[in-house]
Design a protein around this ligand. Structure first.
Ligand SMILES: [Zn+2]
Length: 389
């Protein structure tokens, strides 16, 4: 039988692991100029996890060549705990960084580098936590999950939900929350609304069908809907307690003396937990369709991306209670979205909690406070003890 020292011989320490992960570019972006494969990150994680006794599965995300999810499982059983992170980072602005984004740089008790906080830093800490358990018989499995494309399409998590993997009972997503448990966030929807009419000379309105006038009426309806939703839905856990609808940009027409033939609006909706995205889309459509028919305008209404559903785990859930006890902080709500809705879809009781601050995420000179390293390992070990031993 192998001793833990043998198993762990090839696994580097936290700092060396993070140095390696930061050095591997894995930007995900809707812009092809920026978009990278995350294969090197996933293979590197596998290289560390396999000698520790994890069974590693690497799954290509369907329809996305070069993008992979990794599921690493230690032990077996029907329940278990997932420690989940995304392998990709956002793009970066080279000129605004004071150090090389791909070199882990220590300064003032901080580790600087692209992805240190959001969120490659979570993997070395989860692996370090797992090291203490490699030679213990686990009653329930410990699963380390690494996803692709969280920062762009969330297609990695979407693919896992569709594949029905991984199966477990609990999941912690290590997004930067300063180690405070987070049990809810709003959803994100971005939608496109377009009217096509017919141009004509401005001197006679009968010569065309004005898309801009249709949009004027549509804007009024959208703001009415917003008022109705804000009267109906409120959640005091959020800083902005109501669902929001932001009119983001609008384009239409060409000349003052021509009837406007096309007008397009992009807007963003942030639903609260309990609001269903399809129901919201249908409510918008129900207002737009009669308006477009009356004005004889062609209506296009479609999502700009598939959206992130809102997320909530009950305050009295076992995982929430465990994380509150281990951290000494009450679970709260945040203003950013995560992969939590898809892990929930898999039947996992899910919570968001990890080292680092969201204030440093997506910023030049992103860093992770070194003072959070050991507390993270300790909290994760506490969770593994409670849910896997
Ligand atoms: Zn993140």
């Amino acid at each position: 039988m192998a001793h833990s020292t043998d198993k762990l011989q090839t696994v580097p320490d936290i700092r060396d692991m993070l140095t390696r992960l930061i050095s591997l570019p894995s930007i995900s972006s809707a812009s092809p100029d920026w978009d990278h494969s995350n294969e090197a990150v996933v293979r590197t994680l596998a290289e560390w996890l396999e000698p520790m006794g994890f069974a590693v599965e690497i799954l290509e995300v369907p329809g996305m060549p070069g993008k992979y999810n990794l599921i690493a499982t230690l032990g077996s059983g029907p329940g278990g705990l997932v420690l989940s992170g995304h392998t990709d980072t956002v793009p970066f602005d080279d000129k605004r960084w004071q150090s090389d984004p791909f070199t882990l740089t220590e300064k003032d008790n901080r580790w600087y580098g692209l992805g240190t906080c959001d969120m490659k830093g979570f993997f070395p800490l989860a692996i370090e936590a797992a090291k203490a358990f490699v030679d213990q018989p686990l009653q329930q499995p410990l699963i380390i999950l690494a996803t692709a494309d969280e920062e762009s399409s969330m297609n990695g998590a979407r693919a896992l939900a569709e594949a029905g993997k991984p199966k477990a009972r609990y999941a912690v997503i290590g997004e930067p929350t300063n180690l405070k448990p987070v049990r809810m966030h709003k959803g994100i929807m971005m939608e496109r609304l377009r009217f096509d009419g017919q141009s004509g000379h401005s001197s006679n309105p009968d010569l065309g069908r004005n898309a801009l006038e249709g949009m004027h009426e549509a804007l009024g309806e959208l703001l009415n809907l917003r008022t109705e939703w804000q009267e109906k839905y409120r959640n005091p856990n959020f800083k902005v307690q109501v669902p929001t609808l932001n009119l983001g940009c609008i384009h239409g027409g060409d000349n003052p003396n021509r009837i406007c033939a096309q007008c397009e609006l992009h807007f963003d909706l942030r639903p609260l937990p309990g609001m269903n995205m399809e129901t919201l889309r249908q409510a918008i459509l129900n207002r737009m369709q009669p308006l477009a028919e009356r004005r004889q305008l062609n209506l296009t209404f479609e999502p700009l991306f598939d959206g992130v559903p809102p997320f909530e785990t009950p305050a009295d859930a076992a995982l929430v209670k465990a994380c509150e006890t281990l951290t000494g902080h009450a679970a709260h709500a945040v203003a950013f979205a995560t992969e939590a809705p898809w892990l929930q879809k898999l039947g996992l009781e899910t919570l968001v909690m990890g080292p680092g601050s969201i204030d440093q995420a997506h910023q030049p000179d992103e860093f992770l406070e070194m003072s959070q390293l050991q507390p993270t390992v300790d909290i994760l070990r506490g969770l593994i003890k409670q849910f896997c031993l």
